[in-house]
Structure formats: structure tokens, C-alpha cells
Design a protein around this ligand. Structure first.
Ligand code: NAD
Length: 287
């Protein structure tokens, strides 16, 4: 009764452009995701976490990691989900497009792309060679772009909403000494992700990134070793230093800490979130 006395409300904000009225449909079941760099570390934990959330997963990594791809695929199948392995170097646009094609032909329409694959290198900027710099950006930035692009083209062709999720890092907010070109590449992932979010909103596609701090994976072991060497300390000393002195929660993270954030970003609960980069670092205090 009260409503009948109120003036009729417009169905959409009169100032909204057509694409801003898009309302993303709930993803169809079962959902499918591609996880790049999914053979080990954070990517493996993301693949298993999404599988537990009901996703069927395509696990990507480089061909030299084929045994680990197979192992992750078997672990997903053991959870009762479908899984497909596809080796491809994501720094190649053709191979990234082939990855999406293979995922769709094996598991059906795509819902989510997690562009997780990345490389790191500990080197002072003055010693970084053109080859070092180019490879860093080829994998960490162009690789994310090619995966986002191929996935977005697929989602648009399907006519369905979907999610692009990329790996940034805490160093995308504050560069870390001796990780200069790595930091710059992760900073670029933040910008790229935001740009995808703006351009693809009209298709119901969201784009967000996750920014881990120090995660116990083979990559961090490599960084820890490099930083310790430069500081004249023993391997492992850097982790101890960071976790005791610089992380508010008092411990470095495990890949599952990051996978939980990605699970949220991939879920319908994150439907109104786009263009963001979320830090999951236990509260790192940079000095
Ligand atoms: P990791 O080195 O343990 O695993 C990365 C995986 O990506 C490896 O299996 C590797 O073979 C794969 N990969 C590398 N280049 C590839 C390519 N061109 N194509 C396909 N796969 C490729 O690293 P991680 O620690 O699990 O890191 C995962 C992501 O999270 C990376 O993007 C990394 O930069 C980011 N990250 C890691 C940390 C950390 O502390 N470990 C912190 C912040 C951000």
C-alpha cells in the first residue's frame, strides 16, 4: 500500500550507460577454470581450491613441468572433479589461445581464467640485461595479457559472464630492493587488470588480481636464496627476518592462504568487484 503512494522508480539509473546496467547471470554449473602455472606452488593450490569449490579445471604449465601437471590433474580428479592438463608457454599469444581452445574442447564453456604463471629474478637493476627484462615482461605481463585476451574472446563468443584473475604481488604496491624488474612487471599486472575491467564490464566480465606477500613456494626459495646471497646471509635467514620482524601475523604464508582469496574472487560473492588488486600478505610492514 505504501508503495502505491510513492512515485514510480526508474528501473535503472538514468545516468547509467547501457553497459553499466548489465546484470551478470549466475554461472552455469559445472563451472570451469583455467589455472596457468598450475603445476606447483600457488597455482596448484588455486587449482585444488577451485576444484573443491566445484570447478572443473584445466591445469597449464610449461612442458618441462608435465609430470607435475599430471600430478595436479590426478589430485583434482581424486576430489571428484574433471581435470585436463595442457602444457603451453603463456608468453606466446598462439599458445595462450591454444590453451583456451583446448580447455573448452576438453571441459566445455569457460567461466574463469586464473593467469597465475610468473617468473622472478633477484638482480640489481644496473645488472639486469635486456634479455632478463624482456623475459620478465614476456611471461609476467604479456603472458597475463594473452591469457586474459584469449579467455575474454572465448567468454564473449559464448555470450556468458566470466572472471579474469591475475597474479600481481605485494611488490606491485612497493618495489622490493633487488626485485626491480619483477616489481615493475607486477605493477603492470595491476594496471592491465584494471584496464581489462573497464573495457570488459559491458560483457559481464570482471577482472581482479591478487597480491601475495611471501609465500612458501619454489619461487620464494629462489628469491630467498638470491636475497640472502646478496646480504651475505645463509639461505632461510631472509624468511626468518621477514616473518619475525616484518609480517604482522608473524608467519610467511602458505599457497592455500592465496588460494582462498582467489576462490572468493572467482565466486558469485565477488560479483560487484572489478578492477581491484587485493593484498594477501599477513600484514607486511615495509621499512
Ligand atoms: P612458482 O615458481 O613456484 O610456480 C610458478 C609456476 O608457473 C611454475 O610451475 C612454472 O613452471 C610456471 N610458469 C613459469 N613460466 C611459465 C610460462 N611462461 N608459461 C606457463 N607456466 C609458466 O611460483 P609461485 O610462488 O607459485 O608463484 C605463482 C604466482 O604468484 C607468480 O605469478 C608469482 O610471481 C606470484 N607471487 C608469488 C609470491 C611468492 O612469495 N611465492 C609472492 C607474490 C606473487
Amino acid at each position: 500500500r505504501l508503495n502505491t503512494r510513492l512515485p514510480a522508480l526508474p528501473l535503472a539509473c538514468p545516468h547509467a550507460t547501457p553497459h553499466r546496467r548489465f546484470s551478470a547471470p549466475a554461472p552455469s554449473k559445472p563451472r570451469t577454470a583455467i589455472v596457468t602455472g598450475g603445476a606447483r606452488g600457488i597455482g596448484r593450490a588455486i587449482a585444488l581450491g577451485l576444484a573443491r569449490d566445484g570447478y572443473d579445471i584445466t591445469v597449464n604449465d610449461v612442458s618441462s613441468a608435465q609430470p607435475l601437471i599430471d600430478e595436479t590433474v590426478a589430485a583434482i580428479r581424486a576430489l571428484g572433479r574433471r581435470a585436463h592438463g595442457h602444457a603451453a608457454d603463456v608468453s606466446s599469444p598462439d599458445l595462450a589461445a591454444g590453451l583456451v581452445e583446448s580447455a573448452v574442447s576438453a571441459l566445455g564453456p569457460l567461466d574463469t581464467m586464473v593467469a597465475n604463471a610468473g617468473i622472478a629474478q633477484v638482480k640489481p637493476l644496473l645488472e639486469v640485461t635486456p634479455e632478463d627484462f624482456e623475459r620478465m615482461f614476456a611471461v609476467n605481463v604479456a603472458g597475463v595479457h594473452y591469457c586474459y585476451q584469449a579467455a575474454a574472446r572465448q567468454l564473449i563468443a559464448q555470450g556468458t559472464a566470466g572472471k579474469l584473475i591475475g597474479a600481481a604481488s605485494i611488490v606491485a604496491f612497493k618495489p622490493f630492493a633487488l626485485l626491480g624488474h619483477y616489481s615493475a612487471s607486477k605493477w603492470a599486472v595491476r594496471g592491465l587488470t584494471q584496464a581489462y575491467a573497464m573495457e570488459l564490464a559491458e560483457h559481464g566480465i570482471t577482472a581482479n588480481a591478487y597480491a601475495p606477500g611471501i609465500v612458501d613456494t619454489p619461487m620464494w626459495e629462489l628469491i630467498d636464496e638470491g636475497l640472502a646471497k646478496k646480504a651475505g646471509k645463509a639461505k632461510g635467514d631472509m624468511i626468518t627476518k621477514y616473518s619475525r620482524e616484518l609480517i604482522a601475523l608473524g608467519r610467511t604464508s602458505v599457497p592455500e592462504d592465496v588460494a582462498k582469496l582467489v576462490g572468493f574472487l572467482a565466486s558469485p560473492a565477488a560479483g560487484y568487484i572489478t578492477g581491484q588488486t587485493y593484498i594477501v600478505d599477513g600484514g607486511i610492514i615495509f621499512t
